[in-house]
Design a protein around this ligand. Structure first.
Ligand code: ASP
Length: 326
């Protein structure tokens, strides 16, 4: 019997390079976090763990890490609250689960998985999703758990400055920006993971705080199956990050799989076409973002039309690779 070499890939959002792009300390923190998460998930896959277990573990670790916009460290809405979205999909049988607009579930991806395993529904939102999570014994927290001062300052900059760009701001702003290699105000911070397990099955998961300064009630692409998240053993597993509205209109994650299935495109061709052509064609720069994807043969695509995307991956027992900029 030939064993399949498992593959894991993760992302922590796409965005533009900040003035502080050269801050090596900041970059190191991101690399270390990405490396640790890829390594933990790689171990799980090498022990024979399923693709669903792997993507959920990776996303959960990304949610717990304040550097990324999901779980603890999620961005704020316009009203200075948090509304989190997450989804998971199993490529074996297209089972999927998602939650949207929640502010008390500590690890949103666990709730998405519980929705998938329950099987009655695919997407639960708001208070109903939180009640479901409580019933399932998932940990609920005060919404302040998700807040970090860096995110609050980010909301105030974006909300109050409006037309003022980062470059025109004063020293305080530059100091805040120096903490992250991608411009935090313009970074799409969603996190996600895709995996191929030793049995040849695929899965994808995505989790996010959404966009800074978003209107309360707004739901992005991440929890929408086919838009920000998709997995199908016949083609690929895909997790997106970017301007959610455009990814929804393009059915971006599904489009990658559809191009492979119906047009015979390779994973690379399909994901390049969606990220480099379809999304910008709808909205120019408004279509900015990227995606990570793995296909049934273990090919990987980590593709973005922004200047950078926090990302990492590992194949088999190879050393994890992490990167931020191109
Ligand atoms: N796609 C996410 C959303 O629109 C944002 C992101 O990727 O950072 O909610």
């Amino acid at each position: 019997m030939t064993t399949i070499s498992p593959v894991i890939a993760i992302h922590g959002g796409a965005g533009t390079i900040s003035a502080a792009a050269l801050s090596q300390d900041a970059a190191r923190g991101y690399h270390e976090a990405l490396h640790a998460i890829v390594q933990a998930t790689q171990k799980l896959l090498l022990r024979g763990g399923t693709a669903v277990d792997a993507v959920c573990l990776a996303v959960e670790m990304l949610e717990d890490c304040p550097l990324f916009n999901a779980g603890h460290g999620a961005v704020f809405t316009h009203d200075e609250t948090h509304e989190l979205d997450a989804a998971v999909m199993d490529g074996i049988d297209l089972r999927a689960g998602a939650i949207a607009g929640v502010s008390r579930i500590r690890r949103p991806v666990r709730a998405a998985r519980a929705v998938m395993e329950d099987g009655a529904h695919v997407l639960l939102a708001g208070a109903g999703a939180e009640a479901f999570a409580r019933e399932r014994g998932l940990q609920l927290v005060d919404p302040s758990y998700f807040s970090t001062e860096a995110r609050r300052a980010q909301l105030h900059r974006v909300r109050d400055a409006g037309r003022v760009t980062l470059d025109h701001d004063g020293a305080a702003l530059a100091a805040a920006a120096a903490e992250a290699p991608l411009d935090e105000d313009r970074k799409m911070g969603t996190v996600g993971a895709v995996a191929l397990d030793v049995r040849g099955h695929l899965a994808a998961a995505t989790s996010t705080g959404g966009m800074t300064n978003k209107r309360v009630g707004r739901i992005g692409d991440s929890p929408l199956i086919g838009a920000g998240t998709y997995a199908d053993d016949r083609t690929a597993a895909v997790s997106c990050t970017g301007s959610g509205e455009i990814f929804i209109r393009a059915a971006a994650a599904y489009d990658v799989c559809a191009r492979m299935r119906y047009a015979g495109q390779s994973l690379a061709q399909a994901s390049e076409a969606v990220v480099m052509q379809t999304l910008p064609a709808i909205a120019g720069e408004g279509g900015s973002g990227g995606l990570i994807a793995v296909d049934r043969e273990g090919h990987l695509s980590l593709c973005f039309n922004t200047e950078g995307m926090y990302r990492g991956h590992a194949r088999g027992a190879e050393a994890p690779f992490t990167a931020i900029h191109r």
